[in-house]
Structure formats: C-alpha cells, structure tokens
Design a protein around this ligand. Structure first.
Ligand code: URA
Length: 288
C-alpha cells in the first residue's frame, strides 16, 4: 500500500521534471505568481488563483524545487487535477517580456515599426496595435484582427466588435474608458487561428502594452488570449470566470464575442464574468 503511494508520488514528480517546470517556476514564482487561496469553482471570491500551469508546477515538481508536497494547502484540487503541459518553448513568453523602464505605448508602436517579424505581415493591410485609454483600469485582450479590423487598423470594429462594445457599455463604461488589443497585431489569413510561432513573435508587444497600462483587470476574450497569458493549453471552459494574477493585474477569461455570435446561449455566462469584473472595479451596470 505504502509503496503504491510512493510509486504514484514518484511518477508525479517525474512528470513535473519531464516538463522541466522546476527551474522555470523556481525562477519566476516570486514575481509572477501570487499566493493562491482555495476557491470553489463559481464562488464569488475575487482573490486570484495561480495560473493552471503555476499550480501544476507547485503540485507536480515543487516538492523537489520549493519544498512543497503535492498536497500543499492552498493549491486547490481543481487546480491540481487540471494539469496540462505548457507551450514548450525557450525562452518563455514571460522571460521575453521583463518590464522595460520608461516604456510607453508610443515606444512600443515605434519598436514594432512596419513589422515583418512573422509571416502574418505578408497579407495584412494594417497593423492593429490597440485602442483606448493608456490609463485604463480594464484591458480586453482578443485573438487577432479580422477583416474589418485589418482594413480600419482598429481592434474589434466588426460584428464581434460591436457586441464587445455593447458588453462594455452594459458594464457602465465607454469604449474609450478601456483598452482593447489582441495577441497578434496582424490579421491571420482567412481568419484562421494565430499559429504558435506568430504568437511567440508578437505577444511580447502585448506584454509590454499590459506592463505600461498596468490595469487593475485584464479580461481575456477567448482561448487564444487566455492560453497565451496564462501559458496553458487547457480549454477555456476549464478556468473561465476564475481569477488569476498576471504580473500584478487580476486576470479573468471569458468567451470571445465571436463565440457568442454563434452561441447566444452563452451570453449569460459571459455576463456573470463581466459582473465579477464590475465588482472589482466598483462599476454599476448601465441603466436602461
Ligand atoms: N476578434 C479578435 O479577436 N480581435 C479583433 O480585433 C476582432 C475580432
């Protein structure tokens, strides 16, 4: 019995080591990860939990790296059981985006220039950098520009964008009160998903945008944004509506407005997520 348990724990630790999570999280656990408080799924707590991967690291490999055991208090069962491999890449997206002293949105845009760093530049009309207030307390992050955004050079101006604008207004805000941007700044051909190399190349600009704005809340719209910022490959439905920490901002993921256009029944779930955001920001819903 005892040896069974030992074998299981050893397999668990090997799993963490195989993923090379130990050194990765030992190096960044203090700056990027906040202490996690136990939170039942769907509870109203606004305390951030760790990203699924950070939780994985703590539970899987931390026993060797951090002196924690797989049953460390404060790591929720949900987080432990939802372990998946992060994007395998070196250096990580986080390491590629340490805070830059004196950085500004203008500087980031200038650095981007007439970007040809990835293949998305070939078919784009405009770089879609981002729009809104540089003092925004709330940043929405989408996936990448579509046709209308590519033509106009502004994020979320097509059908999904109109729905996002309605969502923002329902929260008692105006579009210009928030900041809106995407993981990739150039339109993927035929609106396909951005590919891993494109995300890896472009996302450091997103991290810089977030670092400059330092919003209270980041709301990830859809899988691409949430998986990129949380460094996970888990499906969004596993962690949607839960709070995470992202470099000092609270991060919540919800469904993408384009998904809502196809699945209007999910609007209620998204509204619940937005209400959580409103609670954190002290917002009242718009009166009709
Ligand atoms: N979808 C996105 O993810 N971003 C946009 O800017 C438009 C549609």
């Amino acid at each position: 019995m005892e040896s069974d348990k030992r074998a299981r724990v050893e397999a668990w630790l090997r799993y963490g080591a195989d993923l090379e999570l130990g050194p990765y999280y030992r190096d960044r656990v203090s700056s990027n990860v906040v202490a996690q408080t136990a939170q039942a799924p769907g509870s109203q707590s606004t305390e951030p939990r760790q990203s699924p991967i950070a939780a994985a690291a703590r539970s899987a490999s931390a026993s060797s790296s951090f002196g924690l055991s797989p049953t460390t208090p404060g790591v929720t069962a949900a987080a432990r059981s939802s372990v998946v491999a992060p994007f395998a890449q070196a250096p990580s997206l986080f390491e590629a985006s340490e805070r830059i002293a004196g950085d500004t949105l203008q500087l980031i845009r200038e650095t981007m220039g007439d970007c040809t760093r990835c293949k998305l530049h070939k078919a784009r009309t405009n770089i879609v950098f981002g729009v809104g207030s540089m003092k925004a307390e709330l940043v929405f992050v989408g996936e990448g520009p579509g046709h209308d955004e590519d033509i106009k050079g502004e994020p979320f101006v097509g059908r999904a964008g109109k729905l996002l604008t309605q969502m923002i207004e329902a929260m008692g805000l105006r579009r210009e009160d928030v900041y809106i941007c995407n993981v990739v700044k150039c339109r993927p051909p035929e609106n396909r998903l951005p590919e891993k190399d494109e995300i890896t190349t472009c996302s450091p600009f997103l991290f810089r945008q977030i670092d400059v704005i330092r919003p209270k809340v980041i709301c990830c719209l859809g899988s691409c944004a949430s998986q990129t910022l949380l460094q996970t490959t888990q499906g969004i439905s596993r962690f949607r509506g839960e709070w995470f920490d992202f470099r000092g901002s609270k991060l919540i993921a919800t469904y993408h407005p384009a998904y809502l256009l196809r699945n209007p029944n999910a609007k209620g779930e998204v509204w619940k997520d937005l209400q959580k955001v409103m609670t954190v920001l002290g917002l009242q819903p718009k009166r009709k």
